[in-house]
Design a protein around this ligand. Structure first.
Ligand code: ZN
Length: 182
């Protein structure tokens, strides 16, 4: 869970990153940045700031902001009904990310996982993405990613997002973020 103050602070910071990255935002967009801690209450190390532009029953577009070294935890987009699962294209707009997918583990990966959480990160084939670079993540493929030292702003295009049904390696994760008013 996060306090309302933590959420507001993360929203404010995320907005600064988006502006730095040249994302054009309406006043409504500015109010719509969601902050996800994946139920881990450790936003600084694991979480994300997400602005969804649209999510129809066919396509979706989001901006994801990661603060320095923040990790979007390992997950996959499962098949649901007739949908084979979300196909996702991540394109870095600003900063740098380290994306991990199945394949030959990279010998000296740049990503660093929190101590004691090694078991929650099972894929270690590293793809480094810099501004203007993109990767297509097929449906159901396990992946996680981490921002580099300056953080990152990512354009995220996909088929329909069903975030609440995503699968996560860490059994402690819940996709909803509890916010406590204080
Ligand atoms: Zn994903």
């Amino acid at each position: 869970m996060l306090t309302r103050k933590q959420v507001q602070e993360a929203q404010r910071k995320a907005l600064q990153y988006m502006e730095k990255a040249g994302v054009v935002l309406s006043p409504k967009d500015r109010e719509n940045i969601s902050v996800a801690d994946f139920g881990l209450s450790d936003l600084e190390r694991q979480g994300g700031q997400i602005l969804t532009f649209f999510n129809t029953d066919r396509i979706s577009a989001k901006i994801i902001v990661l603060f320095p070294w923040q990790i979007l935890p390992e997950h996959w987009h499962p098949a649901i009904g007739k949908d084979i699962g979300k196909e996702e294209i991540m394109r870095v707009r600003w900063g740098e990310i380290y994306l991990y997918v199945p394949g030959e583990p990279t010998p000296h990966p740049r990503g660093r996982t929190p101590e004691g959480e090694e078991g929650n990160f099972t894929v270690w084939h590293e793809i480094i993405l810099k501004p203007g670079e993109q990767v297509i993540i097929p449906p159901q493929m396990v992946h996680w990613f981490q921002a580099g030292e300056h953080g990152a702003v990512i354009d995220d295009y996909s088929s329909t997002a069903r975030d609440l049904q995503d699968g996560f390696t860490n059994p402690k994760i819940t996709r909803e973020t509890k916010i406590i008013e204080s």
